[in-house]
Write a protein that binds this ligand. Structure first.
Ligand code: PMP
Length: 370
C-alpha cells in the first residue's frame, strides 16, 4: 500500500490526550508569543485581566451556541479532570437522605460509582458486566427509583467503545448526570434532558487541564456551604469559574476548538455527519470479516469515537500494530485493561487518516486471513 503523509505529524489515533484540529494548533503557534491585543502570551497574562475575561466569555458563548445550552444552565470551567467530577457530583448532588443511581456501561461508569460509594448511598440500575460491556440496555431493561438524587450515565465508554446514539430519556424527574468526557461536541445534544453534563477536554474538546461542567441552575442549590470551597459547584458558579486561577491556556485552546467547530465544520450536525462517515469506514471492514476483525461493541451501540476490535491472535495483533507504526500510525493499542485494538477517531481526526487505517486493515487481512 502507498501512503501519502503530508507532514511530519503522525496519524494519531490516541484515546486522549488526542489529536487537535491542525488549524487550531497553527493558530496557537502563531499567537503564542504575543496574543492579539495582549502584548504578551496567553500563558503570561492574569486570569483577572480584561483580555483573559474576554477569552473566557468567548469560549463560553461559543460552547453555548454549539450545544444550544439553555439560559437556565451554568457553564463551569474547572480542573481535576473527569475523575474529580466522579467525587464532586455526589458531594454536591447526593445529600444524606437520598441515594444515587448508576447505569454501568463500561470501565469509566464503574470508576465513577466507586467514588460515589465513598460519599453516600448508591444503586446500580443496570450493569453490562455479563457481556463484558459490549452493549447498552434497552429501555425495558432498567428503571430508576423516582427518589434517586440523580442517575449517572457515561455517554461514551472510551475503553469498550460503547456509546449512546441518542439522548436517553428518564421516565421521571430524576436529574440525568452524564460523563461525556470522550464524546462532548461529537453531535448536537438536547442539553435540556440533562441535569448535569461533565467532560474532561483532552479527547474531543481541547487539551488536558480543563474540565467542563454544564449544570442546571436549580441543582446548584443542593451544594452545601460546608463543602470545601473548590469542591462546591455553587462557589464556582458564583465566581464565574474564577474561584481560583483557572487553566487559562487550556480554556483558550478549548475556545479555539469551539470556533473551529462553528466556522470550519459548520456546527455539530455537520460534525456528526463527518463522524458517522469516518466510523463507517472502519466498521464496514469489521462487518465484512468478523472472524478476522472481531468488533467488541454490538452494532447498535458502537461508538463513533473509539472503534474497538480484536484480531484472531495476540501475534497477529502485535504484527498489525507494528505495521501500523511503520506507516506512521500511532495510539492504536487497546486500553491496557482490555487489550485488542482501539482506533480513537474523535472530531479532529481527519477523514483521510481513517481511510489510511482502513486501507491497512483491508490489506493486512488480504495477506493474513486464512
Ligand atoms: N471518563 C471517561 C469516559 C474517560 O474517557 C476518562 C479518561 N480516559 C475519564 C473519565 C477520566 O478523565 P481524567 O483523566 O481527565 O480524570
Amino acid at each position: 500500500m502507498s501512503l501519502n503523509v503530508a507532514s511530519d505529524r503522525c496519524l494519531n489515533f490516541s484515546a486522549g490526550p488526542a489529536a487537535l484540529p491542525l488549524p487550531v494548533l497553527e493558530q496557537v503557534q502563531s499567537e503564542l508569543v504575543s496574543a492579539p491585543g495582549c502584548g504578551a502570551s496567553i500563558l503570561e497574562i492574569s486570569h483577572r485581566s480584561k483580555q483573559f475575561k474576554e477569552i473566557l466569555a468567548d469560549a463560553e458563548e461559543r460552547l453555548r451556541d454549539l450545544l444550544a445550552i439553555p439560559a437556565n444552565y451554568r457553564v463551569l470551567f474547572l480542573q481535576g479532570g473527569a475523575r474529580l467530577q466522579f467525587s464532586m457530583v455526589p458531594m454536591n448532588l447526593l445529600g444524606a437522605d437520598s441515594h444515587a443511581a448508576y447505569l454501568l456501561s463500561g470501565s469509566w461508569g464503574k470508576k465513577g460509582l466507586e467514588q460515589a460509594k465513598k460519599v453516600g448511598a448508591t444503586e446500580i440500575v443496570w450493569d453490562g458486566a455479563d457481556t463484558n460491556y459490549d452493549r447498552l440496555p434497552t429501555d425495558s431493561e432498567w428503571s430508576v427509583d423516582p427518589k434517586a438524587a440523580y442517575l449517572h450515565i457515561t455517554s461514551n465508554e472510551t475503553i469498550q467503545g460503547v456509546q449512546f446514539a441518542k439522548d436517553p430519556t428518564v421516565a421521571n424527574d430524576v436529574p440525568l448526570v452524564c460523563d461525556s468526557s470522550s464524546d462532548l461536541l461529537f453531535r448536537p445534544v438536547d442539553v435540556g434532558q440533562y441535569g448535569l453534563i461533565y467532560a474532561c477536554a483532552q479527547k474531543n474538546a481541547g487539551p488536558a487541564g480543563v474540565t467542563l461542567v454544564i449544570i442546571r441552575e436549580d441543582l446548584l442549590e443542593r451544594s452545601q456551604a460546608s463543602l470545601p470551597g473548590y469542591l462546591n459547584y455553587s462557589e464556582h458558579a458564583k465566581e464565574k469559574s474564577l474561584y481560583n486561577t483557572p487553566p487559562t491556556f487550556a480554556i483558550y485552546v478549548m475556545g479555539l476548538v469551539a470556533r473551529w467547530l462553528q466556522e470550519e465544520v459548520g456546527g455539530l450536525a455537520r460534525m456528526h455527519e463527518r463522524n458517522l462517515a469516518k466510523a463507517k469506514l472502519l466498521y464496514d471492514v469489521i462487518d465484512e470479516s468478523p472472524d478476522f476483525y472481531a468488533g467488541h461493541a454490538q452494532p447498535a451501540d458502537r461508538s463513533l469515537m473509539n472503534v474497538t476490535f480484536r484480531l484472531p491472535s495476540d501475534e497477529l495483533q502485535a504484527e498489525f500494530l507494528a505495521e501500523a507504526a511503520s506507516h506512521n500510525m500511532s495510539g492504536l493499542a487497546g486500553h491496557r485493561s482490555v487489550g485488542g485494538i482501539r482506533a480513537s477517531i474523535y472530531n479532529a481526526m481527519p477523514h483521510a487518516n481513517v481511510e489510511t487505517l482502513r486501507e491497512l486493515m483491508v490489506d493486512f487481512r488480504s495477506r493474513k486471513a486464512s
